[in-house]
Design a protein around this ligand. Structure first.
Ligand SMILES: NC(=O)C1=CN([C@@H]2O[C@H](COP(=O)(O)OP(=O)(O)OC[C@H]3O[C@@H](n4cnc5c(N)ncnc54)[C@H](O)[C@@H]3O)[C@@H](O)[C@H]2O)C=CC1
Ligand SMILES: O=C(O)C(=O)COP(=O)(O)O
Length: 386
């Protein structure tokens, strides 16, 4: 029985994908074979020997020690695009919230309960909540992946002019963009030309404070900023100061911190981007399918720390996670050959410092093989799947 531990609430549609005769699922179990997680912080966790994989039911993996996992032979997956529509819809909502003073107006209207002539009061008071339309304005998007790309097309459909910046734009993502979306290669063009700026890229130590005082200084007066990606990407102190100075008109963020909470012209949402039933189901199902294919077949799809690799084996599969260094593959195949085993098919792929080799072998696989491969310099983990 494989044990799957859930660290956050994972949609039942996803956990139902596991065959219950082979898998047990619980939020409290010792030494699981796999972990399903959303935003729980895992950097301080120690992992048991049985742990083969972690699946992030979502996009951002900054809560997971991805590099350490690779070193420990643990494959980390995420679910690319599975929650992108949910975030796109919230981003369109945020664009409108940043323009039309909807939050302030609704709370003012609610405060009129019990007053003598609310209908008359609202007509008299509504003008202070007027705000601009988004049509015809320029939206700058930083990061044109699954979410940024969908927002670009939706904003175009709403009549906005869209400019986007993404130095690592994939061909697939580019092909999904409306041709009218203008791609710029200098991020400063986004700052200089946008009435609204929204950021949709991963948070890493390198992307911390991508938007800070200097970047805000380049922006148009009255710019509206949206951050549904990660709080650390935009310096909260810098934005709050720019709001006080009148430079930034509004900041809508999905990430609470003590600096932004309770500040006028900042709307803080409680990390709601992916919180729709549809997105929670999509993410959980994709994460479960990734785990099952890896646990049962050794196939890797959508890993963030190991390469994608899959193979239909005719015999036994020997799956090896190893360092991406010269002679390791040769030493692995020699170790197998020395045991009198013939390799029928082989797949090898690498991602940065790590590599994955799958061997399809027929005939008897003596129990000594695993130890022989493990002894090869650079080998991190060996699994034999019959
Ligand atoms: N608020 C929420 O609930 C959610 C937040 N997110 C956040 O949004 C981020 C993006 O998600 P997806 O679009 O699904 O990921 P994605 O991987 O499809 O797209 C990210 C894009 O950012 C680009 N990028 C990377 N470094 C960049 C840089 N320095 N400058 C500009 N672009 C850069 C990449 O090339 C890629 O196209 C996630 O990493 C996560 O942090 C994602 C889902 C839900
Ligand atoms: O997918 C992401 O990156 C998210 O931020 C969603 O987080 P959540 O799964 O809602 O805790």
């Amino acid at each position: 029985m494989y044990k799957i531990q859930t660290l956050n609430k994972i949609s039942e549609i996803g956990t139902d994908v596991f065959d219950k005769s082979k898998y047990s699922i619980s939020d409290d179990c010792a030494n699981p074979e796999a972990i399903m997680v959303r935003s729980a912080k895992m950097h301080d966790m120690q992992f048991g020997d049985n742990l083969l994989a972690i699946a992030r039911a979502g996009a951002g993996v900054n809560n997971i020690p991805v590099e350490r996992c690779a070193q420990e032979g643990i494959c980390v997956f995420n679910t690319p695009g599975a929650n992108s529509n949910a975030v796109k819809e919230l981003a369109i909502c945020a664009l409108l919230l940043s323009s039309r003073k909807i939050v302030e107006a609704a709370s003012w209207a609610a405060s009129l309960k019990g007053t003598p002539d609310a209908p008359k009061t609202v007509e008299g008071g509504k003008s202070k909540f007027a705000g601009p339309e988004i049509a015809g304005k320029t939206l700058g998007i930083i990061g044109l992946g699954a979410i940024g790309g969908k927002i670009a097309n939706a904003a175009e459909a709403l009549g906005m002019k869209v400019i986007g910046y993404d130095p690592y734009l994939s061909i697939g993502a580019a092909l999904h963009l409306e041709p009218s979306v203008k791609i710029v290669t200098d991020i400063n063009e986004i700052y200089a030309n946008s009435d609204y700026i929204t950021i949709h890229m991963p948070y890493t130590p390198q992307t911390k404070n991508t938007i800070d005082t200097d970047q805000i200084a380049m922006m148009k007066d009255g710019v509206r900023l949206i951050n549904l990606a990660r709080g650390e990407l935009i310096n909260s102190e810098a934005v709050v100061k720019a709001i006080a100075d009148g430079k930034v008109a509004k900041y809508v963020t999905d990430f609470a911190d003590d600096v932004v909470l309770g500040v006028e012209n900042v709307i803080v949402l409680p990390h709601l981007g992916a919180s729709t039933p549809e997105s929670e189901d999509n993410c959980a199902v994709m994460a479960a399918e990734e785990l099952i294919d890896y646990i049962e077949n050794g196939n890797i799809k959508n890993s963030v720390n190991l390469p994608n690799a899959s193979m239909n084996a005719v015999g036994t599969k020997i799956c090896v996670i190893h360092k991406n260094v010269p002679t390791t593959i040769a030493s692995i195949t020699t170790a197998v050959g020395n045991e009198g085993i013939n390799i029928e098919n082989m797949v090898n792929a690498s991602k940065k410092d790590f590599a994955y080799t799958m061997l399809d072998v027929t005939g008897d696989v003596p129990p000594t093989v695993e130890g022989k491969i493990n002894a090869v310099d650079g080998v991190i983990r060996v699994r034999i799947i019959k």
